[in-house]
Design a protein around this ligand. Sequence first.
Ligand code: ADP
Length: 505
Amino acid sequence: MTPLLGKAPAAADDQLGALLNAAVDPMIIIDERGLISRFNAAAERTFGYRAAEVIGHNVKVLMPQPFRREHDAYLERYNGSGEARIIGIGREVVAQRRDGSTFPIDLSVGEFRMSGGRGYVGILRDISERKRQEELLRQSSEELRLIFDFSPMAILITDLDGRIFSVNRACCELFGRSQDELCTLRHSDLMLPEERAIPLEAFERLRRDGGSCECEINYQRVDGSAIHALHYSALATDEGGKPVMFIGEIIDRSELFAATHEAEQLRARLAHVTRIGTLGEMVSGIAHEVNQPLTAIANYASACRRLMLGGQSNPGELLGVLEKIAAQAERAGQVIRGLRALTKRGESQRQLLDCNQLVADVVRLVEFELRGTDAQLYVELGGDLPPVFVDGVQIQQVVLNLMRNAMEAMNGLADPKLVSVRTFVPRPFWVAISVSDRGPGLPPEQVQRLFEPFFTTKKQGMGLGLSICQSIATDHGGELRYSTNEWGGACFTLSLPGSSDDEGV
Ligand code: ADP
């Protein structure tokens, strides 16, 4: 048998006394005048009185005011009229210990008949702890309510079918609708109709897998204006782990979205301006290149004229000269087409392209410039490159920039000048374009600043080229890196993720 700890109460001298002392809850018996006749062991522990100290005293000594004052009258009224407020009903009241401290109790009172009249037995339960827990619960639900109501973040709670049943003030303000109105809607009713599919799929997954999810949702205000938002949602479960509702926070990112869009447009405009600037610098080389076929065309045309005026217009010979004219016109046309593509301005357009083709087109333009110099161009186009899903003009702008920087870095150097352009597969499903030169490279302290906007070491430089190139690279999910090559010169490598053929369709 497990030994009982603590001191056992003194043995009762009758059966009822033993029964009362065995009870866990305090029990008190009084007569119809309110005088205590029994006070069990639990009551002694709870009130701090010995039974002998209270037996024969009015039970009101166990009550604080105003109950103490009112008790006699209450008993009298009940004894006279039978009108019960506690007896047989039970009630929550306040009791007072010997030391004057008070505590809440649940009191139930039963009535019995005895020789001298009526008697009452009171069973009470100290509910201080329950009250404390209730108060804590009340406080924390009040805190939660305040957080919910006054959170600057819009909060929306739905059942598992997406029916809204609770929203906070910020949510009402965000959508321009009242709480009552929102609570008649489904979450999906607030989304732009054509953009519901993706978030609804995310909620379905969340409902199936649990946890939380984050998705971008385009909502609509009551006035029809759009809200670009980030929505964080969590699946709430009951005690048994059964999903019960979605609790979602909506962060309005419309301003950020507009700013990003504007920044993107500005960047595209800047890229366009610098591209035009670069081409402007190349114009004499390009003009020279276009001039050559034009001169050749003029020469061939006057040869034709001479042949015809001389009456020796042998059709075969004339045809040969005309074909040469056509070939030269095609050559000039190619240069113009390349230029037009690069000077074009407009929304970024991505398509599946071959990097080798992109590089070859840029190389053709740069070649004109190189011709007048003693620099050599070495081009190595790798095989089996996966296609890339890119804005071709932007990628060409990067290559053009890197090649021109490479040429400028070797200006005034006595060493053999070499620009090497390579395309290769750096790792599976990626494509790299590297531009290397035999220039002096960069001192370490400049390497760190290389991609900063406005960093330049050139007198006429703007310092925007590389920062634009880098943003084009990251915008395409790729990267632009600097390294030193085997000659100690600079090597810039643009890496781009390859695409499968079905992408972009
Ligand atoms: P800018 O050409 O107008 O200076 P960039 O952003 O294209 O602007 O280049 C920034 C700086 O990076 C250049 O001024 C130069 O100091 C350095 N740089 C770029 N390319 C090379 C290179 N191939 N070799 C050495 N330094 C380079």
